[in-house]
Design a protein around this ligand. Sequence first.
Ligand SMILES: *Cc1c(COP(=O)(O)O)cnc(C)c1O
Length: 655
Amino acid sequence: MGKGKSNETFTHHHENGKSLEVALDLTRGSGSPTDPWKQPGSNYPSTPGLLAMDDMQMFSHIVPFQNPAEGTPDAGLGAFEYELFKLQQPHDKDVSEQKRQLALSVTRRFFGRMKANFLGFQTVINPSYSHLADFLDCHVNNAGDPFATGSYLSQAKFMERAVLDYFAALWRAEWPHDVRTQKADDSSKMMLVAAPENPTSYWGFVLSMGCTEGTLYGMWNGRDYLSGKIMLTDGHLAGKCLLECHTNGYHSNGHSNGNGKAGSYSVNADPERAIVEKLTGTVLRSPTKESRTPICFYSSASHYSIRKAMVILKIKTFHKVATKLNFPAPKGFNSWPTEVPSNEDGSVNVQSLAVLVEEFAKRGYPALICFNYGSTFKGAYDDVGKAADLLLPIFHRHNLLNRSFYYIDENGEKRLVKRHGFWFHVDGALGATYMPFLKMAHTNQMLDSDVHIPEFDFGLRGRKTEHYDYSDIEVVNSIAMSGHKWIGCPVPTGVYMTKTKYQIMPREKPSYIHTLDTTLAGSRSGLASAFMWDYFSRHSFDDMMEKAAHCHRMATTTLAGKLRALNDLVERRDLHPNLSPSSLWVCHSPLSLAVIFRRPNKAIMQKYVLCGEEDFRHGEARKLTHVYAMEHVTLQLVDRLIHDLSQDGAFDLYE
Ligand SMILES: *Cc1c(COP(=O)(O)O)cnc(C)c1O
C-alpha cells in the first residue's frame, strides 16, 4: 500500500451501485483474498522490458491508475503492470476487451524483445511450432504409463513411445521397451504383471516438468533400488504382484464407489504395507542398516534441483552422514567437503569422488551418484567412464558389485535377489541431447578440431583391468534431459530413462486410469510428446549434426573468440582502463556451449537476459555471467553484445 491513495483509485468507476454491493459482499465483506481493491506494495515484482514510462501515459485511459508521475519510475511501472494484468476488477466486471487486448499485445511485444537479444540461458528462445496450433484446441493428457493405453484416450502416447525409442537408440539402450510387464500373464488374473523377457530393455517417460522431474525420479529410482525396496520385476518373482497386493484396497474402493459413496477411501490402502505383507511379512533384506542406506554424491557444480531432490526424498548426502557420525576426514581433505569438489572447468573431480565414495563403501554403504553431463553454469561434462574406471574396483573391493538381498516367499523359502551397490544417474539436461549429435558430427568429420567426447550413456560398460574383468557391468542406470533446452520445445519437458529391470514397483494401478501409476505426475503433458515427435520428424540426423557443429563453432570460435579478443584489449588497458583487476575472466570449458565472463552492468544484463553467478575459487569473489550458444544465436547478436561490452561503463558494478 504505502501511498494511502489506493482505495480512491477506483472511485470514479463506481457508477453501478448494485454490482458494487455484490462485489463488496463477495470480497471485501467476506475478507476474501481476491478483494479487487488490493494494491501492490512498492516491492511488488515488475518485469524489465515489459513496459516503458511512455506506455503508462499512453494507456492511462484504459488502465485505471493513480498519477503515473508518482513514486520512482520502477515502482510506478511495477504498479502499472499489476493493474494492466490484474484479473479482479472493481465492481464485479469482466476485464474489458480493450484492456485484455492491450495486455496481450504488450505481452507479445515483450516476447518479441526477448527473442531479439536472448543470450544468457540454455534454452532456444524462438522455437516454431505454430503449425501445430490446432493441437491447442484439444486437451491431450498422457496420464499413467507410456506403454499402457489406459482409459484416458485423449492422449498422444503413440508419439511419446516413438520419442522414447528415439532417445533409447540415441543413448544406446535396448529398445523397444519390453511391454510384457504391462500385460496379464494369466487371463483369469487380469491384474497380474508379467516378468519381462528383456529386462535390459529401456523404460522411461516424457516429462511434464523439465529435467528437474527427471533428476527427482532418478534419485527416487536409485534410492529404492539401493535400499532394497521391491522393484517391479521382483514383484513377479514373488509369485505375487503389486496388483494382487492391492486387491483389498481396490475392492473396498470399488464397492464404496458403486454404492455412491465416492471418496470414502479404504483405510487399508497403505501401498508400502500391502506389498510387504503380501510378500509374506518381509521386506527384502540384507544384513546391515548401512547396506540399506544409499549415500548420495554430487559435485559442487550440480544444478540446484539435486539439493531439492535430497530434501524431498530424504536421501542422505555423504557430508551429512559423515559429519553426523563423526567420520574422520578422508585422505587429502582437512574436513568433509559439503559436495564433491569440481575441477576448474566445472566437471567433477573423479579422484576426489573416488576417495569420498570409498570412505562409505568400506563401511558398507551403497553409492547413489548424480553426474552432470553439461553442468549448468560452465557447461562441463563429467567423465562418467573415467569415474567408473576408478569406482568399480572400489565397489568390487567392498562387496558392492554384487549384493544379495533375500525375501521369504509364501512357502517360507528364502529367495535371492542380486543387485549392484551403486546407481549412476546422469543429469544430462542439455548435454544428453547435444553431445550424441556432436559426436556423430565429429565422426563424420564435420568439426574442424579433434575433440574428446566423454561417454555417458547406457552403452557404457566397465573395463577389463589386469585384476578383474568389469566389461559386462552396465554402468549407467538412469539419464534425464530437458526437451526445452537444446531441442527447443515451447514448453518445459524432457525425458527420463532407465531399464525395465530397474523400474520402481508402482504403488498403484488406479482403476480410474487403468494403467500402472509408474510416472511421477498424474496428468502428463501429451503436447510435450507431440512437440518432441514433431521436432524429430522434421530433423534428420544430418540436420542434427549440422546444428551441433554450428552451435559448437558459435561457442568456440564466435563467442569465446570475440570475448577473448575483447579481454585482450582490457588486459592491455586499451579498453576499460579503470577496471580492477583488468581482466574479463573469460572462460570456456571444453565442448561447452557456455562462455563465462565478468558480469556487465545492469542494463546489459537485462538487455541480453543474462544470469549471475559468483566464483570464489581465485581468492576473490568474482561476479560472473555467461552466454549460451544456442541455435537462435546469430553473429549479429554476438556483435551487438560485443559492441555494448566495449562501451564506457559496461562493467560498472551494481547492487
Ligand atoms: C537446466 C538444468 C536442470 C533443470 O532442468 P529443468 O528442465 O529446468 O527442470 C537440471 N540439471 C542441469 C545440469 C541443468 O542445466
